[in-house]
Write a protein that binds this ligand. Structure first.
Ligand code: NAD
Length: 283
């Protein structure tokens, strides 16, 4: 089974569009997401375009704040502060990566935790690991949603996550653990990675290396979630999984493009609605 992230994403966005109209009626305003981009990195520009398009599609308020590549850290922090203090702003996102002269850690920590739609703020990360109410990071949240929508059982299964980054590997592992999977986190120092992965009923690859996961990594019938985004020499977008080789072995698989990517943006929309509701109901 191919898990069609694009289609699942579309139906979730259609439902959110209706929900947002109802929220506007009920609360007298729409959820508002502000996206900040610094500089002209083409990949960042393309991600941000997708986010703004989804924002408009779902009927949110908000817009893009564009700052030049050489903007000072102080100016960026002042911009964030302004949005933190704006009662009509529900979500703030600063597109990463940032130019070298700006500290990403400082910027992430400067965004008010209640408006942190990316779920990267240390307070949200801590709350996730403490099982407290928090804003979940979008890609991990989207992966769980994809598994649920595809009807993949998580509880009691063995899951292997390749990659231990703070934004994908570790939080995905935590969310799978919370759903009662038995989770192994593999990484660049893991010995005999293929054998470790072959144990998995659910295999999540979040590495950033094209075609790294071959058929010999996959237990027949396993669900394979490909988070990787890589460009081939001829500019083609591919994941971490050798899709053609793994497709006949896997029980379910996400394609790249059209799998985890669209879900990440859709979960950003979901988080914006959740931030809006938290703020409106805590007033
Ligand atoms: P990262 O570079 O921070 O982490 C990569 C991880 O892979 C590291 O923990 C490292 O230990 C592990 N790794 C590296 N080489 C390995 C090897 N040979 N064997 C086993 N493990 C190895 O990357 P990230 O931010 O977690 O992103 C991972 C991939 O997911 C990238 O391709 C990124 O572009 C993509 N990504 C996609 C989305 C999406 O929405 N689809 C979102 C975030 C990241």
């Amino acid at each position: 089974m191919i898990i069609d992230g694009k289609q699942i994403s579309q139906s979730l966005k259609d439902a959110m569009k209706i929900e947002v109209d109802a929220l506007a009626e009920q609360y007298g305003r729409r959820p508002c997401l502000m996206v900040i981009i610094v500089g002209n990195n083409p990949a960042s520009r393309s991600y941000v375009r997708g986010k703004i398009k989804a924002t408009e599609y779902c009927g949110f308020d908000g817009h893009l704040v564009e700052l030049p590549e050489d903007v000072s850290e102080a100016t960026l922090l002042a911009e964030i502060d302004k949005l933190n203090n704006d009662p009509l702003v529900d979500g703030i996102l600063v597109q990463l990566p940032l130019p070298k002269h700006i500290s990403e850690d400082k910027v992430i920590a400067a965004i008010s935790a209640e408006k942190d739609v990316d779920g990267f703020h240390p307070e949200n990360v801590a709350r996730l690991w403490l099982n407290q109410h928090c804003i979940l990071p979008c890609t991990p949240k989207g992966i769980i949603e994809l598994l649920d929508q595809a009807g993949v059982e998580i509880a009691g299964k063995k899951a292997v996550v390749i990659g231990r980054s703070n934004i994908v590997g570790k939080p995905v592992a935590k969310l799978l653990l919370d759903r009662n999977a038995t989770v192994t986190i593999a990484h660049s120092r893991t010995q005999d990675l293929a054998a470790v992965c072959r144990e998995a009923d659910i295999l999540v690859a979040a590495v950033g290396r094209a075609k790294m996961v071959t058929a010999e990594y996959v237990k027949p019938g396993a669900a394979v979630i490909d988070v990787g985004i890589n460009r081939t020499e001829d500019g083609k977008l591919v994941g971490d999984v050798d899709y053609e080789a793994v497709l006949p072995v896997a029980g379910a698989i996400t394609p790249v493009p059209g799998g985890v990517g669209p879900m990440t943006i859709t979960m950003l929309m979901r988080n914006t609605i959740e931030c809006f509701l938290n703020r409106m109901n805590n007033k």
